[in-house]
Design a protein around this ligand. Structure first.
Ligand SMILES: C[S@@+](CC[C@H](N)C(=O)[O-])C[C@H]1O[C@@H](n2cnc3c(N)ncnc32)[C@H](O)[C@@H]1O
Length: 217
């Protein structure tokens, strides 16, 4: 945890309750060790979605569908969500969860590797939520930005990799060094691309928020 645990607990204590279905899904995911968005990320997403009112959302990394269902639940305009997952066991669970929640028509689950699926997509999205394998974020970037509508927003979660990102590469375990390098490259790209405005926030495990800039009239 990057931020003092007590601050996080304090801040999270003000978050409103979700639907009983989502509270139970979050609890089950925790029990099954399935990673889902942290509560502080839920708070941030709620504000972004309430102000931006996206009609179309792209998510990379569905897991069991918690964040997709959460974004649908907090949205106060009709929304279509496309979400991508490549792990068969989680795909089956996500499908079941979308069905049980009665959201199969609102949330479209694309099954397979995001790196192969993204180049085939052509629709524009108002909001993209990148939450898959962190070492691969750089591979997804070009297509994700291409698919963003003008002034569309890209939210990249867990960018600090449980705090490892700010350590020197020599302090990171050898097997994690490639992910460390690739995530730093990803952050460099999104902060130096003249087509994006990006802010890195120390919320949860680190969140980067990027907006696709339009042209001056
Ligand atoms: C952190 S979890 C997503 C959590 C989910 N967004 C939530 O909060 O409920 C990341 C997911 O991305 C999936 N994933 C990783 N690499 C992927 C890839 N290349 N293509 C599609 N899915 C991928 C993993 O299988 C995992 O289920």
């Amino acid at each position: 945890m990057i931020i003092d645990e007590r601050y996080t607990t304090f801040v999270n204590s003000f978050l409103p309750q979700k639907s009983a279905f989502l509270e139970a899904l979050e609890e089950k995911a925790k029990k099954d060790h399935v990673p889902v968005i942290r509560r502080e990320m839920q708070g941030l997403l709620s504000v972004i979605i309430a102000s931006k009112r996206p009609a179309k959302i792209l998510e990379i990394g569905t897991a069991v569908g918690f964040s997709a269902l959460f974004m649908e639940e907090i949205s106060d305009v009709p929304v279509k969500i496309t979400t991508i997952e490549n792990y068969e066991k989680r795909i089956r669970e996500a499908e079941k969860n979308f069905q049980t929640a009665g959201k199969e028509d609102t949330i479209r689950l694309l099954k397979g590797d995001a790196q192969e699926i993204l180049p085939t997509l052509t629709e524009n999205y108002d909001l993209s939520f990148m939450d898959a394998a962190k070492g691969q974020s750089l591979n997804f970037l070009e297509d994700t930005v291409r698919l963003l509508a003008d002034h569309g927003m890209l939210i990249s979660d867990n960018i600090f990799q449980d705090g490892e990102l700010i350590e020197s590469r020599f302090a990171v375990k050898r097997r994690d060094r490639t992910i460390h390098k690739r995530m730093r490259e990803f952050l460099y790209q999104i902060t130096h691309d003249p087509g994006l405005s990006t802010s890195i926030l120390t919320v949860g495990d680190g969140v980067a928020i990027s907006v696709k800039r339009g042209c001056k009239e």
